[in-house]
Design a protein around this ligand. Structure first.
Ligand code: APR
Length: 419
């Protein structure tokens, strides 16, 4: 006996001859009518065969116990225990027992994944939430914004794309920080972006207030989470987040080094020496004027950049990378960069979940590393599920080491002025 499906019908050329005991699914019968395919059952009158498909037999396999007869959600007909409906793939069809069990297992697997949250559903936040969801590493991504409906609307819109993009992370929106319950990773993007002519430091006052309030909510509702701060000015806001949450240094990390490194690598690629992903460089120091790119460590396809590109040209590219944020702000006229910042933040969180992260730059508490002031500064680190796993010591040239120390001094001064 064979089950004759839609695909068998679609392959038939006008007539499909099936054996007397073959089972023709209702959908296959419908499709046959649509395509004008005549079903001929050996030894049965042609007309009758096409009109009356044999029902599929109830299948109860292994240890799966049949459930009591259930009311159909649509038709009101009761179905028999364990019976596979012939209309299995029709909208609203009764779900057979075996499939329900499998779905429940998938639900359980879904819930075993961690949850993430993104605070601020603006440009950076919305894009970060989508990027996180697209990894399918999380059971849920919660987007939070104070503007009523903004996070919920964007979350629903993103979820509508799940099937197209092929991700299984549920995205939800809320105006309440209580939505952070059960969240393991929080990306903080709430706050004002720069406008043309503004430095990141000009945002300190307004964003400090926002970060302080959100930090209190994170401490209350997600006390064991790892927080990635994106809100600018980066070092100050990372410091404030750490102080207000009271979280240990490894669980509050500023996102800047990944972005600044990526900007530099992409600009180097414009010199046609390598693809962006084949340029290897790391941006340390501050997310701003005191950014330090140790050129002694920078390579393209494994070759030192200092051998491939003239010194002046390299210096100009470093300068452009340092000012890339302002360059984008000036072009946009309103708001600041968000594609690359969101990608950077999401990749940091994904690296933590995947474990075994490669070397990246992140804003962390130096704790005496590199012999610089103990402050929040961009250093090379490895991440794991709990945040910063270790600060990695790279061999810097004396001029690079001096620039890093100078950056630490400037940042420490700005942080002390926060009060
Ligand atoms: N709680 C939640 N959301 C908030 C709060 C708050 N207390 N305060 C402000 N927001 C929301 C705003 O309603 C807005 O939707 O933060 C969002 C910020 O979005 P945008 O204005 O689009 O700013 P964006 O470009 O996303 O930049 C956000 O990231 O890169 C940094 O410098 C940038 O500090 C800025 C931040």
């Amino acid at each position: 006996m064979s089950v004759i499906s839609v695909s068998d019908v679609e392959k038939a050329n006008g007539v499909l001859v099936i054996a007397a005991r073959d089972v023709l699914t209702p959908l296959a019968a419908d499709r046959a009518k649509e395509l004008n395919v005549r079903i001929e059952r050996a030894g049965v009158a042609k007309e009758a065969a096409a009109q009356a498909p044999l029902p599929l037999r109830p299948i109860v396999q292994g240890s799966v116990k049949p459930t009591p007869a259930t009311k159909s959600p649509v038709g009101g007909n009761s179905i028999q225990p364990g019976a596979l409906s012939g209309a299995l793939y029709r909208r609203g069809a009764p779900v057979p027992t075996k499939m329900r069990v499998r779905d429940n297992l998938e639900d359980a697997a879904q819930e075993n994944r961690p949850r993430a949250a993104v605070i601020g559903a603006g440009h950076v936040g919305a894009m970060t939430a989508l990027r996180l969801a697209e990894t399918s590493l999380f059971s849920r991504v919660v987007l939070v914004d104070i503007i009523p409906g903004l996070a919920a609307g964007l979350a629903l819109d993103m979820w509508h794309s799940a099937g197209l993009r092929g991700f299984t992370t549920r995205i939800e929106g809320s105006t309440e920080l209580s939505a952070l319950e059960g969240v393991s990773y929080v990306v903080m993007t709430a706050g004002r972006p720069r406008q043309p002519g503004m430095s990141r430091t000009d945002l300190t006052g307004v964003n400090a207030e926002i970060v302080g309030g959100v930090a209190d909510g994170i401490r209350r509702h997600a006390p064991n989470s790892v927080v990635v701060v994106v809100t600018n000015p980066l070092e100050e806001m990372t410091h404030l987040m750490a102080k207000r949450t009271g979280f240990p240094s490894n669980r509050v990390i500023g996102m800047a080094g990944v972005l600044d490194s990526a900007r530099f690598c992409s600009l180097i690629a414009l010199e046609r020496v390598a693809k962006p992903q084949d340029v290897n460089a790391i941006a340390l120091g501050s997310h701003g004027a005191e950014m330090v790119i140790p050129l002694s460590l920078a390579t393209a396809n494994g070759r030192p950049l200092e051998e491939l590109i003239a010194k002046d040209r390299l210096a100009a590219i470093v300068e452009r990378a340092r000012d890339s944020g302002a360059e984008v702000v000036k072009l946009l006229q309103k708001g600041s960069a968000y594609f690359s910042p969101a990608e950077s933040a999401a990749s940091m969180v994904a690296a933590m979940v995947r474990g075994g992260s490669s070397l990246i730059a992140a804003c962390v508490q130096s704790g005496g590393a590199y012999g610089v002031a103990d402050t929040r500064i961009g250093l090379p680190v490895r991440l794991d599920a709990n945040g910063v796993k270790e600060i990695v010591k790279l061999p810097l040239r004396p001029d690079e080491q001096a620039a890093l120390a100078e950056a630490a001094r400037s940042i420490a001064k700005r942080i002390s002025e926060l009060g």
